[in-house]
Design a protein around this ligand. Structure first.
Ligand code: CTP
Ligand SMILES: C[C@](O)(CO)[C@H](O)COP(=O)(O)O
Length: 383
């Protein structure tokens, strides 16, 4: 029968040595890892209260983050964690509310455990005293000793996850018995095993992996973030006698050019804004301000290349671009394929992924009156 008899403890005081930075505050799709882990525990109806071990000095930050994400409904306390995982868990246990006989310990670095997994492990722990989510080993396991490799019988091997659930009195007894040896235990169940008492293994979840290194972080982000992003760009430049006419990276000799700080290529500017928009990087004015003398007369092709590089640095690759130029003159049609090739080569993508369209606006508006040129573009970027 289900009952709210458990406190969830989330150790979140680690330093993220293997990742290269503390990971509990890193965001997955705009939500910090720790907040996601708390949300999963809190969604289990059998969890009545949550205690978090934060990096010392970051307790307030953790409280504020949970409140900001509306994830603090079951929060009972945030305490300062310790140098080792066991120190953090013990500090949290000391702050657990009285009257709850069960504890579910769950890594703040496991953001994808389902609430049902908490329920299943708690049910087993009420039966056995101690239970752990774990996955059977599905790869062949090798042992390397010196230069000798042998194969280990995997049929009895399981990979432990969290939640790990216990009767609180039993876990406290295990800590007491372990004394100073506690820091060598990489999980809590090992302490119960050391007492010679049973631990039940409950089938875990493949998605409940621990974010330990950079590959794990990429995988976690891939699970929650959209695989692609779309952006829209729009630009207008007025004609100005005496300037070169450059559009879509192609020069139109003999045609009146456009006014602007750079070469005023409205078409490439629209593409740049579409890419920046998809990557969430603002607009070209922020990247190449017209108050900066370095961009006077700049080749917009070079700027577009730089924009694609900045989008790539932010984790995006341009997939395709669709451009529409609104111009009474020059005539775009005869130069369309040249423009496609130029844009594709600047972006480093096949020509088939660049489309160029043109309209004269049927004589209407500022374009129709030949006062200037407008360009619109959409870009699709993949992560
Ligand atoms: N002194 C510590 C060490 C770890 N943890 C927590 O225990 C969980 C599992 O630890 P791990 O994945 O190893 O995280 P880190 O200790 O941060 O990573 P690393 O070992 O690479 O430094 C994490 O939620 C981590 O914040 C903790 O509360 N206190
Ligand atoms: C508790 C644990 O997540 C079970 O797999 C694991 O042992 C934690 O180890 P870490 O080295 O602290 O990441």
């Amino acid at each position: 029968m289900s009952r709210a008899d458990a406190v969830a403890i989330l150790p979140a005081a680690g330093k993220g040595t293997r990742l290269g930075e503390a990971k509990q505050f890193l965001e997955l799709g705009g939500v910090p890892l720790l907040v996601r882990a708390v949300e999963r525990a809190a969604a289990c109806s059998e969890i009545a209260a949550i205690v978090i071990a934060a990096p010392p000095g970051e307790e307030e930050r953790v409280r504020d983050l949970l409140a900001a994400h509306g994830a603090d409904a079951k929060l009972h306390a945030v305490v300062a964690g310790g140098a080792e995982r066991a120190d953090s868990v013990k500090a949290a246990l000391r702050a657990a509310p009285a009257g709850l006989p069960m504890v579910a310990i769950h890594d703040a670095a496991r953001p994808f455990a389902t609430p049902e997994l908490f329920t299943r492990v708690l049910e087993a722990a009420r039966r056995t005293g101690a239970a752990v989510a774990a996955l059977p080993c599905t790869d062949t396991v090798k042992r390397l000793e010196g230069s000798g490799v042998t194969t280990v019988d995997r049929r009895s091997l399981w990979l432990a996850q969290t939640p790990q659930c216990f009767r609180i009195e039993q876990l406290l007894r295990a800590y007491e018995r372990a004394g100073n040896d506690v820091s060598v235990a990489t999980d809590e169940a090992a302490l119960i095993e050391a007492l010679g008492e049973p631990v039940e293994l409950v089938p875990g979840e493949k998605e409940n992996f621990k974010v330990t290194d950079a590959d794990d972080l990429r995988r976690a982000r891939g699970m929650v973030e959209a695989p692609a992003a779309v952006g829209f760009g729009f630009d207008v430049h007025a004609f100005e006698e005496g300037r070169r006419c450059v559009l879509g990276g192609v020069e139109f000799p003999g045609e009146t050019g456009l006014a602007g700080h750079s070469d005023a290529d409205a078409a490439l500017h629209a593409i740049m804004d579409a890419i920046l928009g998809a990557a969430g990087l603002g607009d070209i004015g922020q990247h190449f301000p017209d108050t900066d003398a370095r961009f006077r007369g700049a080749d917009s092709g070079v700027l577009l290349q730089e924009v694609a590089a900045r989008a790539k640095a932010a984790g995006f690759r341009v997939q395709n671009v669709d451009l529409t130029i609104a111009a009474a003159r020059p005539r775009i049609g005869p130069r369309r394929e040249e423009m496609r090739a130029k844009i594709a080569s600047i972006l480093g993508i096949p020509e088939a992924r660049v489309n160029v369209k043109a309209t004269t606006t049927e004589g209407l508006g500022f374009v129709g009156r030949s006062e200037g040129i407008a360009a619109q573009a959409v870009a699709l970027l993949a992560r």
